[in-house]
Design a protein around this ligand. Sequence first.
Ligand SMILES: Cc1cc2nc3c(=O)[nH]c(=O)nc-3n(C[C@H](O)[C@H](O)[C@H](O)COP(=O)(O)OP(=O)(O)OC[C@H]3O[C@@H](n4cnc5c(N)ncnc54)[C@H](O)[C@@H]3O)c2cc1C
Length: 364
Amino acid sequence: MGSTRVESVGVVGGGVIGMSIAFELASEGIDVVVIDPAPGHGASWAAAGMLAPASEVAPGEERLLQDLADAAALWPSFAARVGEASGSVVEYRQTGSVLVGATPSDARDVTRTVKSLRSAGIVVEQLDGDELAEREPSLAASLRSAWLLPGDHSVDNRRLVAALLEALKALGVRIIEDRCSRVDLEPRGLRLGLERVGDVRCDVCVLATGATSPIAGTEALGLPVVRPVRGVTLRLGAVEGIAIPKGPIRALVNSAACYLVPREDGSIVIGATSEEQGHRAIALAGGVHRLLDAARLVFPGVDELSFDEASVGLRPATTDHLPFVGALRDERVIAAVGHYRNGVLLAPLAAATIATIVRRASCA
Ligand SMILES: Cc1cc2nc3c(=O)[nH]c(=O)nc-3n(C[C@H](O)[C@H](O)[C@H](O)COP(=O)(O)OP(=O)(O)OC[C@H]3O[C@@H](n4cnc5c(N)ncnc54)[C@H](O)[C@@H]3O)c2cc1C
């Protein structure tokens, strides 16, 4: 970026990542414009809102654990700041989650998972039958093994993206509902070509485009390849008299993982399928069936709730499954992509990282 002071930033992509970045930059007094044909309605809308730093990581993904922990630590102040700037509630809940195994073989696998989480320094507490019944009385009495993960939290991701949008407007950020189809690198700044509205000029742009294909003009900049990994969540609405889990439940049921995330209004989100099927955003009946089947073995009250929605999203995954947050070959173009399964949790960290990059560039 040389010694040019950064005064204006164009954020392309208004999912949880792009809007969190825009929020951080605008809070620092930078002139920000967000470009997205449907802000907040990509993967960030389909997500369940688990904030689970206690994730298992595959070999090679160890750095992710530190990022997840760093992001989790930023969440309390991030939620408070977004809530305050927007005047709305994002429903950030610090309940901890309960990890359960349904069958004896699931219980053995869950115990192995607990061992690996503990060896990564994550706090996990065993719950006996009485403790589980007291903590989560709505769960099936047949569950074999239960553990408390105190560091797992949740947020209502839909309330979050709505609040971010309000906060951005309150901070004077321009939101342009259009698609960016071209980035031109010019000697005195960048020109973003929009499909309907025309050109937008800025000093720096941030590509936070989730699982979509690269934009023309950015091909030679070293943007990592991002592939879509389709996921479906189910939303079940409250029915009077039916108690739901008090906090998030992570379950292994006949070797398949599923989770249930309760909301304060008595609804729950059940997640999630994981399918490598390109960009087709459809919910397959088989996936919906498997999720419901697994969820009702853990929480039988599922049968009594109202089936409201199956939502589909495309998780943005890089080849190594690690997010890429940093400047590209032309340093005026920054990318924040590849947040895969944990983008809601990682959003405050991506925002803080990009704000640091832009601040350093401004001071250079
Ligand atoms: C089913 C499911 C469940 C999930 N559950 C969780 C969870 O519990 N916890 C968690 O932390 N994470 C979860 N995730 C992952 C999380 O949702 C994603 O990592 C996160 O939403 C990625 O955010 P994003 O802003 O990068 O992408 P998106 O939310 O997809 O946003 C990208 C935006 O870019 C816009 N865009 C793309 N191209 C252009 C262009 N050329 N011009 C303008 N705009 C453009 C799109 O319109 C879109 O709005 C889940 C994901 C799925 C699919």
